[in-house]
Design a protein around this ligand. Structure first.
Ligand code: UDX
Length: 444
């Protein structure tokens, strides 16, 4: 059992801390927000993440998980402190490090014995060294500490599974002994561990996210070409993905990537490159294609609704940036809803779990209680998030609710042939005129 403090109770901090507690460690979760800590103390999770609530309760009950707003309390017995605070995008796309700086300063002010500072927040290359400088510059008397970079690769919606079953754990440090100790913490996961230096570990995180974002923009560009040439991007992705060098994942065409990581990380990497005098043409194109992917919804709805969206009633299905999360940061659905509202469309929205968050950030978006209510009298429905709930709908009932049976499917969740049979006017991303092919034909 190790004593671990975790600074930041967002998605990363909460899932990291709770999973370490579940692995038998004593963990103190720390946040400067009194509100979040009060919620956690009441047994409520400030975020929706499948399985997390139950795991928090189990570990609180077992006496392994504690909460505080006080660094002195969190660091009292800690051997490790994980920095898991937010690094939002700054004005020029650079990562805003104010919360990392505050965490580093507070650690320096309250540590009273040797400590391993593990950075999990996604930070520009060189930040580990900067954190070390902040701490050593602020310590009142010299004290041993080491900084280890341990980037997180977990996805929201499956954070617990991803944490417990990592493809790899990346550790970067100047001090091999400190990195070894952090490796020990991860031993129960039986994962492959990559040991490297601080800056390389930081770059592995950016390069991984940028590569995944590139895959998404790549397939979205192919989808646009498929539409023009009459090919079906869904089957193209299957055919490509069978090549082991390519792999089947992250080839789902749609409205582009959103969320708290890809948009900001690709921009931050682009910014780092430009700052060094480079010309990161590929990263810039990835961002550009992703922005353009949102246009698919506007262009197709405009075309389907007689060239004019003003006064048209449109129901947006799914508001979270992806399924199984209530996170709406950089959500394509909300960007598109705003674009639609701008041109005078009357937009309503529904999401299985993200509506409370949307009500706070988009008070002028009309929200309804279920998909059938959303369909009531609309001129078109737009699928923005591929929640399983939407895949199981009673489609004839849905159609009967609508003023016009038009569906623009931005996440390709329905079978074009079936939708045609049911009498919908149906548009999907990158699915050219191949509807005559039996569903599943390519897999036979
Ligand atoms: C991502 C990384 O996967 C994770 O390793 C990192 O630590 C944090 O960022 P997350 O943002 O939770 O995780 O979601 P992810 O499942 O990766 O999806 C990101 C975005 O890409 C979503 O908007 C999703 O809809 C989109 N996406 C994903 C696609 O459009 N097509 C795909 O094929 C896959």
């Amino acid at each position: 059992m190790k004593n671990i403090a975790v600074a930041g109770t967002g998605y990363v901090g909460l899932s990291t801390g709770t999973c370490f507690a579940d692995m038998g460690n004593r963990v103190t979760l720390l946040d400067i927000s009194e509100e979040k800590i009060a919620m956690l103390e009441r047994g409520e999770s400030p975020i929706y993440e499948p399985g997390l609530n139950e795991m928090i309760r189990r570990n609180v009950k077992a006496g392994r998980l504690h909460f505080t707003t006080d660094y002195a309390e969190a660091l009292a017995d800690a051997e490790f402190v994980f920095i898991c605070v937010g690094t939002p995008s700054g004005v020029d796309g650079e990562a805003d490090l104010q919360y990392v700086r505050m965490a580093a300063q507070s650690i320096a002010d309250h540590m009273h014995k040797p400590l391993i500072v593990v950075n999990k927040s996604t930070v520009p290359v060189g930040t580990g060294d900067w954190v070390a400088d902040i701490i050593s510059g602020r310590l009142e008397e010299p004290m041993e500490f080491n900084v280890v970079s341990c980037p997180e690769f977990t996805r929201e919606g499956s954070a617990i599974y991803d944490f417990m079953n990592p493809d790899r754990v990346v550790l970067g440090s100047r001090n091999h002994v400190a990195a070894e100790k952090v490796a020990q913490l991860h031993l129960p996961l039986r994962a492959r561990i990559v040991m490297t230096d601080l800056r390389t570990a930081e770059m592995i995180k950016y390069a991984s996210n940028a590569f995944l974002a590139t895959k998404i923009s790549f397939i979205n560009e192919i989808a646009a070409i498929c539409e023009k040439l009459g090919a079906d991007v869904e089957e193209v992705a299957v055919g490509m993905g069978m090549d082991k060098r390519i792999g089947p994942m992250f080839l789902n065409a749609g409205l582009g990537y959103g969320g708290s990581c890809f948009p900001k990380d690709v921009k931050a990497l682009e910014h780092m490159a430009i700052e060094q005098g480079d010309h990161p043409a590929l990263l810039s194109a990835v961002i550009d294609v992703n922005q353009h992917a949102r246009r698919w919804a506007i262009d197709n709805l405009t075309e389907l609704l007689d060239g004019d969206l003003a006064g048209k009633r449109i129901g947006v299905m799914g508001l979270a940036f992806k399924p199984n999360t209530d996170d709406i940061r950089e959500s394509p659905a909300l960007e598109i809803a705003q674009l639609l509202q701008k041109v005078g469309a009357l937009v309503s929205g529904y999401d299985p779990v993200a509506m409370a968050n949307v009500a706070r950030t988009n008070p002028d978006l009309r929200l309804v209680e279920d998909p059938y209510e959303l369909a009531e009298n609309v001129d078109a429905l737009l699928v923005c998030t591929e929640w399983n709930e939407f895949k199981q709908l009673d489609l004839p009932r849905l159609k009967a609710c609508m003023a016009q049976p038009i569906i623009a499917d931005g996440r390709n969740i329905y079978q074009p042939g079936l939708m045609q049979e049911l009498g919908f006017v149906y548009r999907a991303v990158g699915r050219g005129e191949t509807f005559a092919v039996e569903p599943g034909f390519a897999f036979a």
